[in-house]
Design a protein around this ligand. Structure first.
Ligand SMILES: [Zn+2]
Length: 125
């Protein structure tokens, strides 16, 4: 359960941060999940909601944005989106880890592998 552990660390960070700011309660949390993490957004949301139960974030609105995968090709200098092929047989996204311009695989991922907290909206005491 990869999603559960990611969600758990998000929950911990949010609650710690709110505590530092002496929050009364948390209004909303904005999270960015990279497309290339291959994490299920719905699962993440579910686990975050579960983790928030009984805390000051219990009623927080959870906004999750998916960030596009961006690659840089070392062979032809292409920079842009990666082709992501959806495979209906597995219900998951399987990326073609090759450059959409020159088809070679000398690529590096510059965006889309992160799972981060973008914003926490709190109400102070
Ligand atoms: Zn290329």
């Amino acid at each position: 359960m990869h999603e559960a552990s990611i969600a758990q660390s998000i929950v911990q960070t949010v609650l710690q941060e709110a505590d530092k700011q002496s929050a009364f309660y948390i209004e909303s949390v904005e999270i960015e999940i990279g497309e290339l993490t291959f994490l299920g957004i719905e699962q993440i949301e579910f686990w975050i909601k579960t983790g928030f139960q009984g805390t000051i974030a219990e009623k927080a609105e959870i906004v999750i944005k998916q960030v596009k995968g961006i690659i840089h090709c070392k062979a032809c200098d292409y920079q842009g989106e990666l082709n992501i092929q959806k495979d209906p047989a597995y219900h998951i996204s399987i990326p073609t880890f090759s450059c959409p311009q020159c088809q070679r695989s000398k690529i590096e991922i510059t965006q889309g592998r992160e799972a981060l907290i973008r914003r926490i909206k709190i109400l102070k005491k």
